[in-house]
Write a protein that binds this ligand. Structure first.
Ligand code: C2E
Ligand code: MG
Ligand code: MG
Ligand code: MG
Length: 281
């Protein structure tokens, strides 16, 4: 791999700038242009099955390169895009790119579940159901898709979010709750929405070896997921000990720098043809 594809993209803007109104205006103007000029890249981070050490799939993560080889950080520009309808255009681009990349993964003989992040506003975009069903119903590929939604996204207009998710589910769409435990967690949501997977937020995983409360929460979420017939992903696995621990707790799937950082699709092809643990750098 090139060093660019292995290292975490360097964040051009730090958190303090995110609160600055002038910066926000500048970034949204740049974002508009970036959408028009199709300046984004879609990278993928592997998600692995813990029991047999096989690849389960990848999460699609947007990258916005700057001319100087650095990247804008998605956790800074996505929230700005979410304040406008730019996010809907970004999601449309992501879905179009995934459709293309599905063909690429097919050509490599891979069969992955590709995770796509959706924002709250996407659930209120009347065209989303159409776009999502086009991806789901594509029989010409052995790739599958799953949509990641945060708890907070579903709280904005719970009724409309539910309706959109139910429509997409009718077409065979699957949903995963992202960053579980950090938003406005509601058990009602787990009961009433078509959800097939829970992703335990990285903040509960980081200190699982040292914090009894984190361990208790992770155990309970795994238990809850099992009893709801949902699969469960542990996010942010950075060390082999953590992978072993969460596997011993019955966690199905894992994602994190230990297994692989987000990378361009060509690197996914190379990585997935090696055994998982030996590919760790
Ligand atoms: P997310 O959906 O929770 O994605 C996981 C984030 O955690 C990614 O950050 C990933 O690079 C990072 N990560 C994965 N494993 C590890 C680890 O072991 N350690 C650490 N420290 N971090 C890890 P990224 O790519 O910077 O994205 C940040 C957030 O931006 C995403 O969080 C998601 O909320 C949003 N985002 C990214 N791409 C998209 C997109 O295409 N659409 C939308 N709507 N949101 C996106
Ligand atoms: Mg996600
Ligand atoms: Mg996440
Ligand atoms: Mg997150």
């Amino acid at each position: 791999y090139s060093s660019k594809s292995l290292s975490a993209p360097f964040c051009l803007y730090n958190q303090s700038l995110n609160n600055n109104a002038v910066e926000k205006v500048n970034i949204s103007a740049l974002l508009k242009q970036a959408i028009e000029l199709q300046e984004f890249e879609l990278w993928y981070q592997p998600i692995v099955k813990l029991d047999n050490q096989q690849f389960y799939g990848v999460e699609a993560l947007i990258r916005w390169p700057r001319p100087d080889d650095s990247y804008f950080c998605p956790s800074l520009f996505i929230p700005i895009a979410e304040q406008t309808t730019l996010i809907n255009q970004i999601t449309t681009w992501v879905m179009q790119q995934v459709a293309k990349d599905m063909l690429y993964f097919d050509s490599l003989g891979l069969a992955l579940c590709i995770h796509i992040n959706l924002s709250a506003k996407d659930l209120h975009d009347t065209k989303l159901v159409n776009k999502a069903s086009t991806l789901i119903k594509n029989n010409h590929t052995s790739q599958k898709v799953m949509f990641e939604i945060t708890e907070s996204a579903m709280m904005i207009d719970a009724e409309q979010a539910k309706q959109t998710m139910n429509y997409i589910a009718k077409f065979g769409g699957k949903f995963s709750i992202d960053d579980f435990g950090t938003g406005f967690s509601s058990l009602e949501m787990l009961r009433d929405l078509p959800i097939q997977q829970i992703k335990i937020d990285r903040s509960f995983i980081n200190n699982i070896h040292h914090q009894d409360a984190d361990l208790a929460i992770v155990k309970s979420v795994i238990y809850l997921a099992k009893h709801l017939a949902c699969s469960v992903v542990a996010e942010g696995i950075e060390h082999p000990d953590t992978a072993d621990l969460i596997q011993s707790l019955g966690c199905d799937l894992a994602q994190g720098y230990f297994f692989g950082k987000p990378m361009p699709k060509d690197s996914v092809g190379q990585l997935l043809h090696q055994p998982i643990r030996s590919s760790v750098n």
